[in-house]
Design a protein around this ligand. Structure first.
Ligand code: SF4
Length: 727
C-alpha cells in the first residue's frame, strides 16, 4: 500500500513526470534510460535486434536495434514490451528444496550437492539411463553446448531432449531425410525475391509478425496461403487454400503430380542433383487432381493453378511452421515440400527455397550444438567417423560418445510412466501447460523419485511440482548467442544483474560439473561463455554449420552473421545452402522421398464431432509464463477463447461469449469464452494454447510422428457444450 498516497502526501508526480528523450520525444521520465544495451529478442526465432534501456540498474524500456539486419527498425508487441519480463513478480529468486512437502529456501551449495547426490543415487540404483533431461530452445547456444557435454559425458545419460521436439523436430527429420542434414536452406530475403510464395500451416502475422514486412515489401509476388483457417496471414494472401485439416501432404503430392504430368519440372536439376525420381514419379500417379480435391476439399482448378504458379515461377519459396510440424505426418510433409523444391530446382537461388520457420529464439542453437537429435555440429550418432572426430577434439575415449540418440521427449515421459526414468531435470520449459494429454504427463511426473526444475520463473505449474527448484537468470541478465531461422548468429548481451540469487544457466552447469568432478576435463580453463563459444567454433569447423569464422568481436562489429562462415572468410555470411547442388548425402544428391498421405489419427465421431485446432496469438508467448507479466499484453489478451463457426453454434444452441467446455476422450477444459467467426470452418474449432488456467492440452492427444516424435497437437476430436450442462 502507498501510505503517503493514502494520507494525501503523494501526488504521484514521480510516477507521471514526463521528460524529453532524444529518440522518443516526450515520454515518461521513468522510462528514459541512462544507456541502451544492444541484444537479440528472446522470444521467437525471427531473431530481431533489440535494445534494452537501463536506468539505475533496472530494465525500463525496449526499442528496435536500428542497425540489425533482421527487423529493420521494427519490433512486434512482445519485443516492444520485453523489458517487463525481467522484473516480473513471478521471477525465481532463490534455490528451493522440498522438505516435509514444502519448498524451502536453501543455499546454492546445498541445492547442487543434493541434486548431484540424488541423481547419482538414482543412477546407481537403476542405471545411468534412469536420469532424463528436458531442456528448451530458450538458452543461448553456449549453454546448450555446455549442457550437452554435461549430460552426456558428465552424468552419462543419453536420455536428453528438449521442448524443441514439441515444435520443429519434424523439420529437422525432414531435412535430414531429403538433404542429408538439418539446416534451413534459405533466407528471409527470399520472401522478397520470390515471385511465388507458398506458406503452408504458417500464420506469420500472429507467430512471426516481423517477417510480414518481407512479404509486404515484395510487390510482385503471388502469395498463396494453405491453412484450414482464414488466419491473419491468409487474409494477406492472393490465393487462400482453405484445405481440410491435415490434408496438406495430399495437396503437396497433388502439386508434384501436376508438375510432372505437365513437364513443369527442371529435368536437368533433377538428373544432376537428386536421387529417386523414377520411384517418386510412379508413387505420385495415385495423387491425381480429382483424388486430391476429394481429400483436401479444394477444387481441381485451384490445385492446378497453384501447381502452375509454383512450377512456372522463376523463384518459388515455400515456408512452413507448426501447421506442418505438429502432426503424425510432419516429417513426411516436410519431405513432400522438399520434393517440390527439388523437382523444380527452386533451391539454393535467390528467392527459391523450402524454408522452415522455427519457433523459439534459439531452437536452432539446440539443433546445431546440442546432443538431442544429433551430435554437436550436425554429426550423426551412427557415423563412427563423426564420433571419432568429436572424441578427438575433446580428448575423450570414443566409447563415451553415444552411438544412437537417447529417448526423445515423449519417450522420456512414457519411460517415466513405466518407471524406467526415475529422476528428471527440466530446464526452462513448462510441460504442465505445453505437453499434450496432461493426464499422462501428471502420471509420469508423479512416478519420479526426484524432479529438478531450473527456470527463471516461479511459481509455474511445473516448478510447483519440483523437489528442487533452481532459479536461473533470463534474457537481459546473461550473455551468449542465438541463431535465428535463417541461420543468423546474433549476440545476446547482459543489460542488468540477475534477480536476487538467480544464476545464468551457464554458471549452473559449470558449478554442477565441479560437484561431479568433471569440470577440468570437460571445460578446461573455462570461465566465460566466450570460452564455450570458442570451443564450439572449433567443433563446428568444417561442418555445414561452420561457425569457425564467427567471433564475438566480429558480431560486435558487423552485427548478426549467417553461418556457415569459415575461419578467415569475409564476414558477409552465407545467405543460402546448396547453391552448388551438393547435398550432405554420401553421393551428394538430395533424396526424393515417397511420402504417403493418411487421414489424421483421431477422426471425429458422433460423441466427438468437431476437429480441434490449436495455435497462438500475437500477444502471448508459449505457456504465458513471461507475457502474463507484461501489463499491456495481458490486457490485450487476458484469457483463452474458442473459435467456432456460427453454423455449428446454431446447431448447438450456443451464442457468442457463452462459457463452454471442450471435451475429448482424454479430458475437459472448462468455462472457455466462445467466439463465433467465419475464420474457422464448420466442423472445426480453434483454441490458443497459452493459458494454464484453461489448458487446451487437457484434451489434446499424445499421438506422435514416428520419426521426429513431434506431437499431433493440431487435430483431435472434441465436442463443445455449454459450461455446467453435463459436468
Ligand atoms: S517477431 Fe519475434 S523476434 Fe521479433 S520482436 Fe517479435 S517476438 Fe521478438
Amino acid at each position: 500500500m502507498n501510505w503517503k498516497r493514502t494520507l494525501g502526501l503523494d501526488n504521484l508526480s514521480e510516477e507521471y513526470a514526463f521528460a524529453r528523450d532524444e529518440s522518443t520525444g516526450y515520454t515518461s521520465a521513468k522510462k528514459i534510460p541512462d544507456h541502451w544495451v544492444p541484444t537479440t529478442c528472446g522470444y521467437c526465432s525471427v531473431g530481431c535486434g533489440i535494445e534494452i534501456g537501463v536506468k539505475d540498474g533496472r530494465a525500463v524500456a525496449s526499442r528496435p536495434f536500428a542497425a540489425h539486419p533482421v527487423n529493420r527498425g521494427k519490433l512486434c508487441p512482445k519485443g516492444l514490451s520485453e523489458h517487463y519480463i525481467i522484473q516480473a513478480e513471478n521471477r525465481a529468486k532463490y534455490p528451493l528444496l522440498r522438505q516435509n512437502g514444502k519448498l524451502v529456501r536453501v543455499s546454492w551449495d546445498e541445492a547442487l550437492s543434493v541434486m548431484v547426490e540424488r541423481f547419482r543415487a538414482t543412477q546407481n540404483a537403476y542405471g545411468a539411463e534412469s536420469l532424463g533431461v528436458l531442456s528448451t530452445g530458450q538458452l543461448v547456444t553456449e549453454e546448450f553446448y555446455t549442457l550437452g557435454k554435461l549430460v552426456q559425458l558428465g552424468f552419462g545419460t543419453s536420455n536428453y531432449d528438449g521442448n524443441t521436439t514439441l515444435c520443429m523436430a519434424s523439420a529437422v527429420s525432414g531435412y535430414k531425410l531429403s538433404f542429408g542434414s538439418d539446416g534451413p536452406p534459405g533466407a528471409y530475403e527470399d520472401m522478397e525475391r520470390a515471385d511465388v510464395v507458398l506458406l503452408i500451416g504458417a500464420n506469420l502475422a500472429d507467430n512471426h509478425p516481423i517477417l510480414c514486412q518481407y512479404l509486404e515489401s515484395n510487390r510482385h509476388k503471388t502469395l498463396i496461403v494453405a491453412d484450414p483457417r482464414v488466419s491473419k496471414t491468409a487474409m494477406m494472401a492472393d490465393i487462400h487454400l482453405p484445405l481440410q485439416p491435415r490434408s496438406d501432404l495430399a495437396l503437396l503430392n497433388g502439386i508434384a503430380h501436376v508438375l510432372i504430368r505437365y513437364n513443369l519440372i527442371d529435368r536437368e536439376y533433377v538428373n544432376k542433383h537428386t536421387a529417386g525420381f523414377a520411384q517418386l514419379e510412379h508413387f505420385l500417379e495415385a495423387y491425381t487432381p480429382d483424388r486430391v480435391a476429394e481429400i483436401t476439399g479444394l477444387s481441381e482448378e485451384i490445385i492446378f493453378k497453384t501447381a502452375l504458379l509454383y512450377g512456372r515461377a522463376k523463384a518459388g519459396f515455400i515456408g512452413w511452421t507448426m501447421g506442418v510440424n505438429h502432426s503424425t505426418l510432419g516429417t513426411a510433409t516436410v519431405n513432400a515440400i522438399c520434393n517440390l523444391a527439388l523437382l523444380t530446382g527452386h533451391i539454393g537461388r535467390a528467392g527459391a527455397s523450402p524454408f522452415s520457420i522455427t519457433g523459439q529464439c534459439n531452437a536452432m542453437g539446440t539443433r546445431e550444438a546440442g546432443f538431442a537429435s544429433s551430435l554437436p555440429g550436425y554429426r550423426k550418432f551412427d557415423s563412427s567417423q563423426d564420433r571419432a572426430e568429436l572424441a578427438s577434439i575433446w580428448g575423450v575415449e570414443e566409447t563415451r560418445i553415444p552411438t544412437k540418440r537417447g529417448l526423445a521427449y515423449p519417450d522420456i515421459i512414457e519411460a517415466a510412466v513405466a518407471k524406467k526414468i526415475r529422476a528428471l531435470w527440466i530446464i526452462a520449459t513448462n510441460p504442465l501447460v505445453s505437453y499434450p494429454n496432461q493426464d499422462v504427463l501428471r502420471h509420469a511426473l508423479s512416478n519420479l523419485d526426484f524432479l529438478v526444475v531450473q527456470d527463471g520463473y516461479h511459481p509455474t505449474p511445473t516448478t510447483e511440482l519440483a523437489d528442487l527448484m533452481l532459479p536461473a537468470a533470463i534474457w537481459g541478465e546473461k550473455e551468449g548467442t542465438y541463431t535465428n531461422s535463417e541461420r543468423r548468429v546474433s549476440k545476446v548481451n547482459q543489460a542488468v544483474e540477475p534477480q536476487c540469487e538467480a544464476r545464468s544457466d551457464f554458471d549452473i552447469f559449470l558449478l554442477l560439473a565441479e560437484k561431479l568432478g568433471c569440470r577440468d576435463e570437460l571445460y578446461p580453463g573455462w570461465t566465460t561463455v566466450e570460452d564455450a563459444f570458442n570451443e564450439w567454433r572449433r567443433v563446428s569447423q568444417g561442418r555445414l554449420c561452420d561457425y569457425s569464422g564467427i567471433t564475438y568481436a566480429l558480431l560486435a562489429e558487423h552485427g548478426a552473421i549467417q553461418w556457415p562462415l569459415t575461419e578467415g572468410a569475409k564476414p558477409a555470411g552465407t545467405s543460402r545452402l546448396y547453391s552448388d547442388g551438393q547435398f550432405q548425402t554420401p553421393d551428394g544428391r538430395a533424396k526424393l522421398v515417397c511420402a504417403d498421405w493418411t487421414p489424421f489419427p483421431e477422426q471425429p465421431t458422433a460423441p466427438y464431432p468437431l476437429v480441434l485446432n490449436t495455435g497462438r496469438t500475437v500477444e502471448h508467448w508459449h505457456t504465458r509464463t513471461k507475457t502474463r507479466e507484461v501489463p499491456i499484453l495481458e490486457r490485450l489478451s487476458p484469457r483463452a477463447w474458442l473459435e467456432m463457426n456460427p453454423r455449428d453454434a446454431k446447431l448447438l444452441g450456443l451464442r457468442s461469449h457463452d462459457a463452454v467446455d471442450i471435451v475429448s476422450r482424454r479430458g475437459r477444459v472448462r468455462a472457455v469464452e466462445l467466439r463465433l467467426t467465419e475464420i474457422t470452418a464448420p466442423g472445426q474449432v480453434f483454441m490458443p494454447f497459452h493459458f494454464a488456467e484453461t489448458n487446451v492440452n487437457e484434451v489434446t492427444q499424445d499421438a506422435f510422428d514416428p520419426i521426429s516424435r513431434e506431437p499431433n497437437y493440431k487435430q483431435c476430436a472434441v465436442r463443445v457444450e455449454r459450461s455446467g450442462a453435463n459436468a
